[in-house]
Design a protein around this ligand. Sequence first.
Ligand code: ITT
Length: 196
Amino acid sequence: MLLKNRKLVVATNNKHKLREIEEILNGFEIIPAKEVLKEFNPEENGRSFCENAFIKAKALKEHTEFPVLADDSGLEVFALGGEPGVFSSRYSEDGSDEANLKKLLLNLKGINNRKARFVCCMVLVFGDRVIKKEGFVYGSITEKPRGKSGFGYDPVFVPDGYDKTFAEMGEKEKNSISHRRRALELIKGELEAIYG
Ligand code: ITT
C-alpha cells in the first residue's frame, strides 16, 4: 500500500509528546488526535507499554482513513521493581507532573541504587497492518529536580554519559537521544516504505 500524501494521525493528548514527534518526524504532516476526535480518551488498561499504545492507536483508527501512530511511554526505576512503569502519568493521586515527581523522590529516599530507564512503545496502524517498535534510554534519578524544559520526569532523569537532566538539556539535545527518538527511528523506516 503506497500513500500519496504524508499525513499521519498521532494518537496522543500530550502536547509535549506531539511536539517531540513532530520534530523527529519532520517531512510528515502530523494530524493531532483532537482534530479527528474531540473527546479522545481511551481507557489505558493494558499491562505493557505496547498494549496501551495499541489501545490508543486502534481507538483512533476507527475514525480516520489515515495511518495512526500512538506512543505509550514511561519511567521504570529498577530499585522500585519497575515502578512507576505503565502508571507513570497516574503515579500520584492527582497525576500532576509535580506530584508524580514528589512521590518518586520520596519512594527513593535513602536508596542508593537510582538506576532507571525511560521506555517508549510506538504503534503504527495502517490498513490491516500493525507495527510495534520500542525505544529505551538508560540513566539515573537525581536527588532533586533540576531544569525547566520538557515534561513529566525530565527534571530528575540524567541519561548515562551525561551530567545534565533531560530538563536541563532542552528539547533538541533530549530529542537526539531519547527513548521516543529511538522508537521513532525504527518506525521512520516503516513509514518511508509505506509512503514511498
Ligand atoms: P497520551 O496517553 O495522550 O499519549 P500521556 O501523558 O497520558 O498522554 P502516557 O500514558 O504514555 O502518556 O504516559 C506517559 C507518562 O510517562 C508521562 O505523563 C510522563 O509522566 C512519563 N514520560 C513519558 N515520556 C517522558 C519523557 O520523554 N520525559 C518525561 N516523562 C516522560
